[in-house]
Design a protein around this ligand. Structure first.
Ligand code: S3P
Length: 457
């Protein structure tokens, strides 16, 4: 802590780059590989703070993991082979680690305690604890189970029929994972679609999980949505019913993790709002539940081309070519929000350069991420000259506004740090943007600042 990073603004930005492996998929690969039978090999695993927390948690649960550089080899223990951990399981800064692991541990015949950093200590846990309790789980935490540390005395679980009260892939995934250890078939309903990596990967590992559209208007075949080797056919707005049979067994697999579109987003926005840029971001995951940022930037006028589309490990992948473009303001909300929830901070930076007003609504979930991302972006972008105001469920941004230099805070939040670095890369004037405590970027993107500094050299 206590470091500062000066952000250069460059005249030209040109080149190709690869972003680190997808964070959501890396977590799930370790988790499913751990509860599968036999060996799994994970290529392209994100070696970021969050996913290394998951790896260390599952090692403490008795899973042997060899780090061979190129790939991680996991020796899966099967769904009932995990062992009681000796110490508290430390999830660090990772909401995905704690929430999904709670789902796996609720039905294990042992006691475990999960804890994390100061940010984790402020994040809501009842959204997972309450439905797990309905399944018969015995879970304790501060504020009646709302806050960490979370203590779990594993119990046999019964099946669940549950409609998610908020759009959250973490809650959905925790319940799917708990349902695997439960007796009977569970049904989980999401009214608004969220990232479906758990469903895809479960199928990839040989698990039977069925999904069905909530409304007949979205009645494309189940196979088309989830089959590991299908290409995506675009995003479907309607919700889904997910059926998970209890006690299924998974088989170890080789899996290649695509580049993280949430990490690529920093360069897609930078390449768009920079006056002289052409960047190729190679090997990015383009699962339609995650590509909201592409759709919204394109609606705003961005020039982004998807090339070389393919399917790897059950997930669609492409190379993304972005060129400078003028943007116009837009309005987003509703089902779009979960498709770009983690990209809203950097989208706010793009909106400062767009002609007219950009309105982001229905995004109150941003307040309970690693930081309150509405307050963080509004406060810090204002320091750089942006016209941006917070609303109860999002923000309103007027543009275009030239951004100036200044020193900014990152709220111990990786995505705030990187979004402000993108703002700094197009700032004008004598003073540069200086980011305080930038090292938090390591949570999802260990070499971000070096890669950014290297572009256009
Ligand atoms: C994630 C789901 C999202 C996202 C987070 C990763 C996941 O959180 O913001 O970065 O891997 O399932 P919520 O489910 O809380 O919306």
């Amino acid at each position: 802590m206590g470091q500062k990073r000066v952000i250069d603004s460059k005249k030209h930005l040109q080149g190709s780059l690869r972003v680190p492996g997808d964070k959501s998929i890396s977590h799930r690969a370790v988790m499913l590989g751990s509860i599968a039978e036999g060996e799994s090999r994970i290529r392209g695993f994100l070696r970021g703070g969050d996913t290394l927390s998951t790896l260390s948690v599952f090692r403490q649960l008795g899973v042997e993991a060899e780090d061979r550089g190129e790939e991680i080899i996991l020796h899966g223990r099967g769904i009932s082979g995990l062992k009681e951990p000796t110490h508290v399981l430390n999830v660090g800064n990772s909401g995905t680690t704690i929430r999904l692991t709670m789902g796996i541990l609720a039905g294990q015949p042992f006691y475990s305690v999960l804890d994390g950093d100061d940010s984790i200590a402020r994040r809501p846990m009842r959204r997972v604890v309450d439905p797990l309790r309905r399944m018969g789980a015995e879970i304790y935490g501060r504020l009646g189970g709302e806050r960490t540390p979370i203590a779990i005395q594993g119990r046999p679980l019964h099946s669940l029929h549950y409609t998610l009260p908020m759009a959250s892939a973490q809650v959905k995934s925790a319940l799917i994972l708990a349902a695997l250890t439960a007796e009977g078939e569970s049904e989980i309903v999401e009214k608004v679609p969220t990232r479906d990596h758990t469903e895809r990967m479960l199928r990839f590992f040989g698990g039977e999980i069925r999904t069905e559209p909530l409304s007949p208007a979205n009645a494309s075949s189940d196979e088309g949505q989830l089959h590991p080797f299908s290409t995506d056919s675009g995003f479907e707005e309607g919700g889904r019913r997910i059926y998970v049979p209890g006690g299924i067994s998974l088989k170890g697999r080789e899996i290649t993790v695509p580049g993280d579109i949430s990490s690529a987003a920093f360069f897609l926005v930078l390449g768009t709002i920079h006056p002289d840029a052409e960047l190729l971001v190679e090997g990015v995951g383009v699962n339609p539940t995650r590509t909201g940022i592409l759709d919204v930037l394109q609606t705003m006028g961005a020039k982004i081309e998807m090339k070389n589309r393919r399917v790897e490990g059950g997930e669609p992948v492409a190379d993304l070519l972005v060129r400078s473009a003028s943007l116009k303001g837009t309005s987003i909300g509703g089902a779009m929000i979960p498709r770009l929830i983690d990209e809203i901070p950097v989208l706010a930076v793009a909106a400062t350069q767009a002609e007219g007003t950009t309105v982001i609504r229905d995004a109150e979930e941003l307040k309970v991420k690693e930081s309150d991302r509405i307050t963080a972006m509004v406060t810090e972008l204002k320091k750089l000259g942006a016209k941006i105001e917070a609303t109860s469920d999002g923000m309103v941004i007027e543009g275009p506004t030239p951004l100036c230099g200044g020193e900014v805070e990152v709220y111990h939040d990786h995505r705030i740090a990187m979004s402000l670095a993108v703002a700094g890369s197009i700032a004008q004037g004598k003073e540069p943007v200086v980011i305080r405590d930038p090292e938090i970027a390591v949570i999802s993107y260990p070499h971000f600042f070096d890669q950014l500094a290297g572009l256009g050299e």
